[in-house]
Design a protein. Sequence first.
Lengths: 254, 254
Amino acid sequence: MPKQEVDPTVELELSVDRSSPVPLYFQLSQQLEAAIEHGALTPGSLLGNEIELAARLGLSRPTVRQAIQSLVDKGLLVRRRGVGTQVVHSQVKRPLELSSLYDDLESAGQRPATKVLVNTVVPASAEVAAALGVAEDSDVHRIERLRLAHNEPMAYLCNFLPPGLLGLDTAQLEATGLYRLMRTAGITLHSARQTIGARAATAAEAERLAEEEGAPLLTMQRVTFDDTGRAVEYGTHTYRPSRYSFEFQLLVRS
Amino acid sequence: MPKQEVDPTVELELSVDRSSPVPLYFQLSQQLEAAIEHGALTPGSLLGNEIELAARLGLSRPTVRQAIQSLVDKGLLVRRRGVGTQVVHSQVKRPLELSSLYDDLESAGQRPATKVLVNTVVPASAEVAAALGVAEDSDVHRIERLRLAHNEPMAYLCNFLPPGLLGLDTAQLEATGLYRLMRTAGITLHSARQTIGARAATAAEAERLAEEEGAPLLTMQRVTFDDTGRAVEYGTHTYRPSRYSFEFQLLVRS
DNA sequence: GTAGTTTGATTGTCCGGACATTTGCATTGA
DNA sequence: TCAATGCAAATGTCCGGACAATCAAACTAC
């Protein structure tokens, strides 16, 4: 007699609230994600078939599929036709997201500090104009900031923004990150194009970051677009590699 | 009389082949993507409502939605309830994918060359064992390669693989990339955890890459997992920043 | 004229079903 | 014993419909 595989979801307390305004598929996917997170669904275990799961919850199969699919897109589950849906052996933290350095540091418990060096309006150089898609020599905001952690400089951030998009208050910039300001101003961030590289520090850069001239620096350039396709920010950042590196998770598009 | 907005999809020749084995939603999404790619669907234009589109193609609305959704996930379209579906103002190239340096170079028309320096089996160090999830001192493959473009060294790649996963033929490694070898060996890549940083070159590193000691180097470490959650590769790479930088597109998870 | 209201258009969610395709396992046959 | 066949299970694809939520524009009232 073959070993009877126990369906883990049977023991799981799954339920949906039909009177709630939050979509049913979302309620389900959140519960499944939580179960995976705290180990109720162990990696590698099968996730019992969709039909029965739908029946037990009183949902339709498309709704259950939508919930499962969202977790597959997050990389938490793997589906195999003819086999079933499996929980991926973790290691999955979170995919690379469009996050600000500020948020990264804050979630790492570093209590970042920001010092605004420059907050002014300048004519756009050719490089900035091309990145933001505005006319050369037209007005753009220029912000230069120094990001500190534990009172040590960590990164030098130079950003350009198109005019009239955002009220750029120096006090607010020191209290939070630029991305958070943009979001609260009603800008829907959509995508960004990034380049990460390295180079030797110039004398000016070295001074700002308390490094020596010629020391290796990690560099990042980014143009960010909102959901209408407008470029809303162009940034040129330099990081001290001893204090910061880019860490992220990628999923294979299949 | 208000200006009559012309629905761009009306002029588009969309059609599906029901006898084809390729899914209908996929046929549609490919045609839409192609139309966006070569400009038949201009950025910012509305993509006429789903219901009518479905009717015109003789498809059901869920099928059309599935096609549209896949393009939304790729960042090519934006949906707004009560408004419609818009083509994103381009700038979108491709999202960050789990690609090999080899493929990157090849698609840039650089005809990369690879020189295998080391291809052997060694006992796993603590670091390697932790990354691959194997016992310390157990056997692992070790590969060291030098990647060249235009006869100039560009990157030094050091990789560790668990044993028995792959036949590692030196000739094959020089002819193509490691990732392509893994895929053709039937390994389904799923996700990877990466760290990108910078540091000064040691004397040995400088010699390998034809740089000077202390010159800035771009570094990348990566652990790759297949869809069963096994770690299938751990790599430590160093790049010459004058020859290579990481360039990619991110989408905001919403 | 301006502010608030209605209304039409469009996507979001959800249902219940049908059949196809793939996989793994058990059975059968040589 | 081993290979080929058949079967059951699971996900993949697709349909047609229903109602809800949201947004923008037209409309109305002041």
